[in-house]
Design a protein around this ligand. Structure first.
Ligand code: MG
Length: 262
């Protein structure tokens, strides 16, 4: 069932979206060669709690972290670890989510650790552009397939893979609501978008094959071929005026690609 939100509820959601983005920006500022993903996790958890939020992922389905930290070939759901250190040339996808006044924020960004190769940077830039292209389709009267088509066609034009098993989603008072928001699809197909829907759009794009598997820790999703993946996510409201990005703080809805930058 799709929960349609009132304009008042969409306003209420913004505090969760803003804190989730600020937490993501903080996470990015801590990304550097030699840092452990547990160190970033601790800082983000403290930041969210300091600002009156609750880390939305901690304990969700038993997930142990406040962030998901997914380096290189990890696509999503990486578990932060005190023994996972970032290296110059890596990329690291980080998800942050904060619950504020009962509303659940959700967003993600892939950051550069030091100086990745041009090939890897291109994957990141195109995946971010896939997110922008998807958001541009999130307007009343369009269909979910228009979002998926926009993401998929841009990614595949660059020869990249589009992950099928993990998708965007409705979000509100719980992190995952109907509908699913696939990163693939056909124009004009799927659920019709209507004013008051809040959805998380989150392209997961791979440099090689999009086929993947879950590690024995039961969480971390990695590419089968070991090539890198990128992941960018914003949560948006569908309004009569078009898409409104709810995961934005006083610096806006986008982060820097380069780690170590606030
Ligand atoms: Mg999400």
């Amino acid at each position: 069932m799709i929960h349609i939100k009132t304009p008042q509820e969409i306003e209420e959601y913004k505090a969760a979206g803003s804190l989730s983005k600020a937490a993501l920006r903080l996470a990015g500022s801590l990304v550097r060669p030699g840092v452990s993903t547990a160190e970033i996790d601790r800082a983000v958890e403290g930041f969210i709690r300091l600002h009156g939020g609750i880390p939305a992922f901690k304990g969700y389905g038993g997930f142990p972290g406040s962030i998901c930290a997914s380096p290189n070939e990890a696509i999503v759901h990486g578990i932060p670890s005190p023994t996972m250190f970032l290296n110059d040339g890596d990329i690291i996808s980080i998800d942050t989510g904060a619950t504020v006044n009962g509303w659940v924020g959700d967003n993600a960004w892939t950051f550069y650790v030091g100086n990745p190769s041009d090939e890897v940077k291109a994957l990141c830039e195109v995946t971010r552009d896939c997110l922008k292209a998807g958001i541009a389709q999130a307007k009343p009267g369009n269909h979910l397939g228009d979002i998926g088509f926009a993401v998929q066609s841009l990614a595949e034009r660059h020869g990249y893979g589009v992950v099928r098993e993990y998708v965007g989603h409705g979000v509100g008072r719980t992190m995952h609501e109907d509908p699913n928001v696939p990163n693939y699809g056909k124009k004009g197909r799927g659920v019709k978008l209507q004013v008051g829907m809040i959805i998380a759009i989150e392209p997961m794009i791979t440099m090689g094959t999009y086929s993947n598997h879950v590690l024995s820790n039961r969480w971390t999703v990695v590419t089968d071929d070991g090539l890198p993946a990128a992941h960018y996510e914003n949560t948006i409201a569908i309004t009569a005026e078009g898409p409104v990005i709810l995961t934005q703080d006083d610096q806006g809805p986008w982060c820097n690609m380069q780690g170590g930058v606030r």
